[in-house]
Design a protein around this ligand. Structure first.
Ligand code: ASC
Length: 151
């Protein structure tokens, strides 16, 4: 093969391997939407499954609650990078991109409330745990009200 063809082939391979800068690690907007929805769904699952304990319907198992909260702490870091420019859609309101500061504040509220939930869980104080759980739920709700469609 001649040199020009070889150079063109190398260029093409390099171009195909380069992530699209605007969407960071996501090749397509719909991939970002799927990713953030998956992370948020996991958060909902691990938050929701603690509810019977908080309602006093099943006994408080300190280790089981701590394990759920550890997962929440990790998974809750994930959705936000998938709300980049060009990923509008899904159930997301345009306000996410129109009011990035407000959206960041809503994320911070979750982080802060999760810290308090983690502290209460580590201390093993059920009363404090219930209050902190309610605060995390309130942060979920407030963010959905402001930034998710049909809420
Ligand atoms: C969940 C879940 C939410 C929040 C919210 C709390 O388990 O899926 O969106 O809790 O309902 O108020």
């Amino acid at each position: 093969m001649n040199k020009t063809f070889f150079a063109a082939a190398i260029f093409l391979i390099a171009a195909l391997c380069t992530p699209f800068a605007a969407q960071a690690q996501f090749a397509k907007g719909e991939d970002a939407i799927k990713y953030r929805q998956s992370a948020l769904q996991l958060m909902g699952s691990h938050f929701g499954r603690m509810q019977p304990v908080m309602k006093g319907q099943i006994p408080y198992d300190k280790a089981a609650i701590a394990a759920n909260i550890a997962i929440l702490n990790e998974v809750s870091k994930l959705p936000w990078a998938a709300f980049g420019a060009g990923t509008e859609g899904g159930d997301a309101k345009d306000d996410i991109w129109l009011d990035p500061e407000g959206f960041k504040k809503a994320q911070d509220k979750l982080t802060i409330s999760l810290k308090a939930l983690t502290a209460a869980s580590d201390a093993g104080n059920f009363d404090n745990l219930r209050v902190a759980y309610g605060e995390v739920g309130a942060s979920c709700k407030a963010c959905h009200k402001a930034f998710r469609k049909d809420n």
